[in-house]
Design a protein around this ligand. Structure first.
Ligand code: RFL
Ligand code: PHB
Length: 391
């Protein structure tokens, strides 16, 4: 086979890139190792920055999001069992946020790709990238036992943290920056009405979060230790622990019910530099992981794709490679902004095993200062709302 761009990975980053390139007449093939059903079953992100909302609309996948997504003014933080503050992005940055699930976005992208006749290969095994620094790179894989090959001009590595693309950059040519946190999030999805707001909690029992997908679908998380066994957490234990981490009025308002999904996510920060090597360009979780506290992972995948699609379209439509050449630097500036913010919010809201009395007081003081200082809150909201895209 032959195409202009092979996109490795059919998660949100790969599908959105495929859609945006196709809209501009740039041929591409998506090569995904799993089945479509598997990709659609992953329950992940739920909070979109307004910049992401606009990119999704511009990509022709905004219709259901605008109908079903919940536009809100930002998220709340409760702490010390009583104080409540709002990261009011609408007030401080003029930009609201949107609650709309990653599962829905992925469904919308698949529907849009199908409608345009996009080519997506599923269950591609042993995907390998070749000749990345030559003029004619290619991708090989096996499908149903047969070896296949796609020749192309460029390869987009959108295959997530465990994918093959990042590892195809030789060891000596890449730098990796990593921080692993000594806890995870135990999350559940339940078909119950959510609280009206997204609320993060810093409590002595550990972090917790009330979030939402739609009027009858709620998402909740509690901080857990890394050795937590999900089998030790039947629903009633989860609900008890969640409610114990919120002030009484909020705990009483949480509507409980059977969980329809339950999983544990360890927390990690990770960035690879550069995000390009020869004719390979990385986007999304393939290049960086942020702890979910800042709600930035999917938003970064979308901003990477915005930059990369613009760069590839400028190459094909105007013969201009300036954006391709600056892709890695430009994407990394935004990535580090979000990586720093996600690390900071994680540090502010969680209990760490080695946290001493001094650290705890400093954490509480920072929350008190955030409650008291409009200028500090404005700086936080600018980052929670999402830094602007570079022109
Ligand atoms: P994905 O979604 O991991 O998709 C990568 C795809 O590549 C495929 N793949 C391969 N294909 C071919 N060959 C190979 N060798 C391959 N290896 C892998 C995989 O099957 C998969 O389909 O990465 P992508 O597209 O970059 O998207 C990134 C987002 O999924 C991720 O950043 C977010 O989910 C992170 N995240 C959140 N982000 C937000 O912006 N807001 C949030 O509120 C938010 N909440 C979250 C989150 C992530 C979480 N977890 C589970 C880590 C909450 C949680 C709990
Ligand atoms: C979610 O709804 O899954 C969610 C919301 C906010 C976050 C992380 C995850 O910071």
């Amino acid at each position: 086979m032959k195409t202009s761009v092979v996109i490795v990975g059919g998660g949100p980053a790969g599908l959105l890139l495929s859609q945006r390139l196709h809209q501009q007449g740039v041929e591409n093939i998506v090569c995904e190792s799993q089945t479509r059903e598997y990709v659609l079953e992953r329950i992940r992100a739920g909070v979109l920055e307004w910049g992401s909302v606009e990119v999704l609309r511009d990509s022709g996948v905004g219709e259901r999001m605008d109908r079903e997504g919940h536009v809100h003014d930002g998220s709340d933080i409760v702490w010390a069992g009583q104080h409540r503050l709002k990261m009011n992005t609408r007030k401080f940055t003029d930009r609201p946020m949107m609650a709309y699930g990653q599962t829905n976005i992925t469904e919308d992208l698949y529907a849009a790709r199908d409608a345009m006749g996009g080519q997506i290969i599923h269950q591609a095994q042993d995907v390998a990238l070749h000749d990345l620094t030559g003029d004619r790179p290619f991708v090989t894989f096996t499908r149903a036992g047969a070896q296949e090959r796609i020749d192309c001009d460029f390869i987009a590595g959108c295959d997530g943290f465990h994918g093959v693309s990042r590892r195809s950059i030789p060891d000596g040519e890449r730098s990796e920056y990593e921080k692993v946190y000594p806890f995870g999030w135990l999350g559940i999805l339940s078909e119950t009405p959510p609280l009206p707001d997204i609320i993060y909690a810093n409590t002595e029992r550990g972090f917790a979060l009330c979030s939402q997908r739609n009027a009858m679908l709620s998402r909740y998380y509690v901080q857990c230790t890394l050795d937590t066994d999900i089998n030790d957490w039947p629903d009633d234990r989860f609900w008890r622990e969640l409610k114990a981490r919120f002030p009484k009025d909020l705990a009483d308002a949480i509507v409980t019910g059977p969980s329809i999904e339950k999983s544990i996510a360890p927390l990690r920060s990770f960035v690879v530099e550069p995000m390009a090597y020869g004719r390979l360009f990385l986007a999304g979780d393939a290049a960086h992981i942020v702890p979910p506290t800042g709600a930035k992972g999917l938003n970064l995948a979308i901003s990477d794709v915005f930059y990369l699609s613009r760069a590839l379209c400028a190459h094909y439509r105007q013969g201009n490679d300036a954006y391709l050449e600056s892709y890695s630097d430009m994407a990394l500036r935004r990535v580090w902004g979000a990586a720093r913010f996600s690390w900071w919010l994680t540090s502010l809201l969680h209990r760490f095993p080695d946290q001493g009395a001094f650290d705890l007081r400093a954490q509480q003081q920072e929350l008190a200062y955030l409650s008291a200082s409009e200028s500090y809150m404005k700086a936080v909201c600018e980052q929670y709302a999402g830094l602007p895209f570079e022109v």
